[in-house]
Design a protein around this ligand. Structure first.
Ligand SMILES: NC(=O)c1ccc[n+]([C@@H]2O[C@H](COP(=O)([O-])OP(=O)(O)OC[C@H]3O[C@@H](n4cnc5c(N)ncnc54)[C@H](OP(=O)(O)O)[C@@H]3O)[C@@H](O)[C@H]2O)c1
Length: 349
């Protein structure tokens, strides 16, 4: 493995590999070695495998980090069965994915940049991996460790057709709307979600719906429809004025001016015996992201905590949809999803 990114996901992955390494060797004959690690500051290599438990302590003694150098070194080493893992949210690293795949190195990543870029790029990366008989896996781009993309792929591969997807794809917006009962102002609840670490440090990144747009684009593409980010119709539940501010503090001040409007939305939903949920939907390749009132019959009605939920209607699952639900964020489950993609690759070797 060649791993870039030792943040929340990267370090959790290292610890999961460290504790599972002996088991995999004994029970599956898989000998996982980490031959290179980098973050934005340092990098280090060992073609025989680094001592996993001391990587984080040793990394500051490594060389100054350079993505270009890291990838050149990885390809020069030319080790059999290499896998590159991009555990960053960086936009530059995915530029190297073609080069990596060209060198017959599989890629695993929770980084959404590549899979949500232009459709042509998404398709050419997947095609390249296929031509090279290697893997480009990004299960954790949507719903963290939940088996969503692999399920859609399995449905497609078995000849089913995805007609419609409805989904709650943001852990933070799920938490906010699952807990919004009017007893606390909406802006205060968003602040609480931020304090609990459910939102990005800048909650505008969650509340503007852009992250959910990227996720529904990836789901739609995996379902076989060629969609671009610009094709997604987003109905924001907040006015632009909330996002056109210079700081998080100003955002909260602006957001508090919407407390009354949000309460009205909640009250209307209540009059209809419904609940508010921020839902991404795809039907026959057309995507929409908006706040919905959902009634008791909806699978989203009973959603709790910060869970994600994906409801898939296909030719075979038509009356009664296939539902995947569970935590859609968090270091343990996301790192486990990355790990699981790695294990999948070892089984294809
Ligand atoms: N957290 C979750 O629950 C979750 C769920 C699903 C998907 N994801 C995705 O997982 C990815 C990682 O998330 P995270 O929470 O682990 O982020 P994070 O804690 O911010 O860590 C990011 C890591 O990337 C490194 N990095 C950034 N730019 C780099 C560069 N140019 N060269 C080398 N290293 C670079 C950083 O280096 P430094 O350590 O030097 O800063 C850091 O180690 C993201 O794409 C995120 O969207 C996260």
């Amino acid at each position: 493995l060649f791993i870039i990114g030792t943040g929340l996901i990267g370090k959790t992955l290292l610890s999961q590999i460290d504790s599972q390494r002996d088991y995999l060797l004994e029970h599956s004959g898989i000998d996982i070695r980490i031959a290179g690690v980098a973050n934005s500051r340092y990098m280090m290599f060992n073609r025989e495998g680094l001592e996993i438990s001391s990587i984080l302590n040793e990394l500051p003694n490594g060389d100054t980090s350079s993505v270009e150098f890291f990838i050149s070194r990885m390809t020069e080493l030319n080790l059999p069965n290499s896998i590159f893992i991009d555990n960053t949210a960086n936009a530059i690293i995915p530029i190297f994915y073609e080069k990596i795949l060209q060198k017959n190195i599989s890629i695993v990543t929770p980084n959404k940049v590549a899979a949500s870029s232009s459709y042509d790029r998404y398709r050419s990366l997947n095609l390249l991996a296929k031509q090279k008989n290697i893997q480009f896996l990004y299960e954790t781009n949507v719903g963290a460790g939940l088996p969503i993309l692999s399920t859609i792929k399995a449905l497609n591969d078995s000849g089913d057709r995805i007609q419609k997807i409805e989904a709650v794809l943001s852990g933070s917006l799920s938490f906010i709307f699952n807990n919004y009962d009017g007893s606390t102002d909406f802006s205060l609840l968003v602040n609480q979600a931020k304090e609990k670490g459910y939102t990005e440090p800048d909650p505008r990144e969650d509340l503007n719906g852009k992250d959910v747009m990227r996720k529904i684009v990836i789901l739609t593409r995996e379902a076989g429809y060629p969609v671009e980010l610009d094709d997604v119709v987003l109905s924001s539940f907040l006015p632009e004025s909330c996002f056109n501010v210079d700081s998080v503090e100003e955002f909260f001040i602006e957001l508090s001016t919407q407390d009354g409007a949000m309460l009205s939305l909640l009250n209307v939903a209540r009059e209809n015996n419904a609940k508010l949920r921020f839902i991404a939907a795809m039907e026959s390749g057309k995507c929409q992201v908006s706040l919905h009132q959902v009634s008791e019959e909806s699978p989203f009605y009973g959603l709790t905590s910060s869970d994600n939920m994906v409801v898939i209607y296909t030719d075979r699952y038509c009356d009664n949809p296939l539902v995947i639900r569970g935590p859609g964020a968090g270091a343990q489950v996301t790192a486990a999803g990355v790990f699981s993609d790695v294990i999948y690759i070892t089984k294809t070797l």
